[in-house]
Structures are given as structure tokens and as C-alpha cells.
Write a protein that binds this ligand. Structure first.
Ligand code: FE
Length: 344
């Protein structure tokens, strides 16, 4: 390894991480770029270091910032592992050529095939579902039982969503297109747009709030935002929970849309051995619990248990078998559909 290659990451981390004085020459490190930052992640990383002796240098930032950073750093990037949320983003980073595929019998045996890239480019480590929330005073749950129902003319002026171009929406539209075909999916998207209560705005929590206030009657959210509200001690948020119900969409059809938070080894990773060890650690039962609970998600590994009573209170549901590994590739199609439908 040439000295420049070592110097660049050290300089880089010296400027970014104040809590680490100097790095012993022999100490093994893992440089992690993470779009996740939850309190339980601290224990997760500490346990990895305890088990392997590999110290973690971490950069926390938003998905887009991390991708920009990786593009700018190019071959000199010190990053070994990237953690992102949503298959649309994992797929997008793959198209940018950022990953190095990982061949690991352990990851292949522990992570279900539909929750990882077929060629080992990325792996899902926790799952979340995209569900429908409705105002209990104005909507019956049986009237909003499917994603397709959001285009029903009976819901005219009652639907709130975030931007159609957000990765959470693109992944959902990609899945609908996979099931219903492009033409039907586009007609559906146009129907949803025709039902808007207002222009798309805000994040998922804002949609739940708008449903509670009566600004709209129905919206979409990822489950962890809902569980966060179930745990809230703020009277205002407890009030939203009382006024809003949620349904698992498409239970009599193809099942509810499930997405992942996941990770990948980077093509220019200076510490590839450590990177594989870290990804494998994330698939251990112990790490799965921390990883999932950090954001009120489900572990992706079947044998892992997340002790999360509020999440458990949502109950069981039928999952869309078309997992992130399939609908990631439909992301460009989904973008064309939302653009044509005017779902801004
Ligand atoms: Fe989110």
C-alpha cells in the first residue's frame, strides 16, 4: 500500500472525528459511512470492536451527502462499508459503480435471498413495511385496503403523500409496476394524483399528522414512523395515534410492500477483510437486535429477535414476496411513471 493511500484516510478522519486522538499503526480499522444514526448503533459498533479488535471510524450523514462524498473521493475514498436505507437508494449506489461484491456463505445463509442483491453487491439487514394510515372519523379501513384503492375516485381530495420522487415512493411504485404492469401502474399513479388533498409535501410523519388533523383522510407511511409515535410521550403525538388507524395493504392480494435498510462493501475499500467481517457481524443474532431496534424495524435474519413490544403490537401480516432485490431494478421505470403522472 503506498503511503499516500494511508495518509489520506488518516488526515480525513483527523479532521472529521474529534474523539479519536491518533491511530496506532497496527490497529485494524473499519471506515464506515452511515446514513443511520441511532443510539443503539453505538452498542452495536462497540460490540463489534470488542469481538474483533477492529476499531470503527464512522461518518454519519444523509444518504445523498454520502453518495456525493463517495463520488468526489473516488479511488481515494477511505470508506469501507456504506449503510443506506431503502432499496431504491441501494440500487442507485450500485448503478454508480460504488460497490465491491461480497461472496460470503454466512451472509447467503442468514439473509433471505429476496432481501439482498443476487450478486452480493448489497445486503438488507432490517425491514420496514409501507402501510396505509387513515382518519378513523372519515374513512373505513375496508375502503383503503390496498395501494390500488388510493386511486379510487371515492377518495377524491382525501389523499396525502410525500413526493413521488422520494425513494420510499419510487420503491412502492416500482413494486406496483412489477405486479400490475406499467400501463396499469401509470393509470393508478394518475388516479392517486387526482385524489390529492394537497400538493405532496413533508416526510412520513407529516402525512400521519395531516391525516390526524383532517387535512386529508388517508396517507402512506413506513411502519417505523408509526411505531415511533406509538412510543411517544408527547400529548400532541399521542392524540394523533388516537385519531389515526393503519392497515396492512393488499392482504387479500400480493401482500404489503416491504423494504430494507442495508449495507455494502465499497469498491475502493482499503480494509476489505474488515468490511466483510463487519457485514457478517451485522447478520449475527446479537447485532440484528440492535440494528432493527435502532429504528423500530424487524431483523432480516429469521432466528434473530428484536425485543420491541410496540413494534410487536402491530401484529403479523402477509408480505409482498417481490422483495427489494427485484423492485430496485424498476426504480427508473417508477421515476418515469411518477413524472408522467405529475406526482411531484
Ligand atoms: Fe425514513
Amino acid at each position: 500500500m503506498n503511503p499516500l493511500r494511508i495518509a489520506a484516510p488518516l488526515l480525513f478522519f483527523a479532521t472529521c472525528i474529534t474523539a479519536t486522538p491518533h491511530v496506532a499503526a497496527q490497529q485494524k480499522v473499519l471506515n464506515l459511512y452511515s446514513a443511520r444514526h441511532y443510539s443503539t448503533d453505538e452498542a452495536l459498533y462497540a460490540n463489534f470492536t470488542k469481538a474483533t479488535g477492529i476499531r470503527i471510524n464512522r461518518i454519519d450523514a444523509g444518504d445523498e451527502q454520502l453518495l456525493e462524498r463517495l463520488k468526489t473521493e473516488g479511488a481515494n475514498s477511505p470508506a469501507d462499508v456504506l449503510l443506506l436505507v431503502d432499496a431504491a437508494r441501494l440500487w442507485n449506489a450500485q448503478q454508480l459503480g460504488l460497490y465491491a461484491p461480497v461472496k460470503s456463505a454466512l451472509l447467503e445463509s442468514r439473509i433471505p435471498a429476496e432481501m439482498r442483491d443476487r450478486d452480493g453487491n448489497w445486503f438488507g439487514f432490517s425491514t420496514r413495511a409501507r402501510v396505509i394510515v387513515y382518519n378513523k372519523a372519515s374513512v373505513k379501513p375496508e375502503d383503503v385496503a390496498s395501494y390500488e384503492s388510493l386511486a379510487d375516485p371515492r377518495l377524491k381530495g382525501k389523499v396525502c403523500t410525500r413526493s413521488g420522487s422520494h425513494p420510499y415512493m419510487l420503491s412502492l411504485v416500482a413494486a406496483v409496476a412489477e405486479h400490475d404492469g406499467e400501463a396499469k401502474a401509470e393509470a393508478w399513479a394518475r388516479g392517486v394524483v387526482a385524489n390529492f388533498a394537497r400538493k405532496p409535501a413533508g416526510g412520513d410523519t407529516d402525512q400521519i399528522k395531516a391525516v390526524a388533523s383532517g387535512e386529508c383522510a388517508v396517507a402512506l407511511t413506513n411502519t417505523y414512523y408509526w411505531v415511533r409515535l406509538l412510543k411517544s410521550t408527547k400529548p400532541e403525538e399521542q392524540d394523533w395515534v388516537k385519531k389515526v388507524g393503519f392497515v396492512w395493504p393488499n392482504q387479500s392480494g400480493y401482500g404489503t410492500h416491504v423494504n430494507v435498510a442495508g449495507g455494502a462493501m465499497l469498491r475502493n475499500a482499503p480494509n476489505k477483510e474488515a468490511a466483510v467481517k463487519f457485514l457478517e457481524y451485522l447478520a449475527s443474532d446479537e447485532a440484528q437486535g440492535y440494528f432493527a431496534n435502532g429504528n423500530n424495524e424487524w431483523p432480516v435474519v429469521k432466528s434473530a429477535v428484536a425485543k420491541n413490544p410496540e413494534l410487536d403490537s402491530l401484529g403479523k401480516f402477509k408480505m409482498d414476496p417481490i422483495g427489494p432485490a427485484v423492485f430496485g431494478k424498476n426504480t427508473p421505470l417508477a421515476q418515469r411513471i411518477v413524472d408522467r403522472a405529475g406526482w411531484r
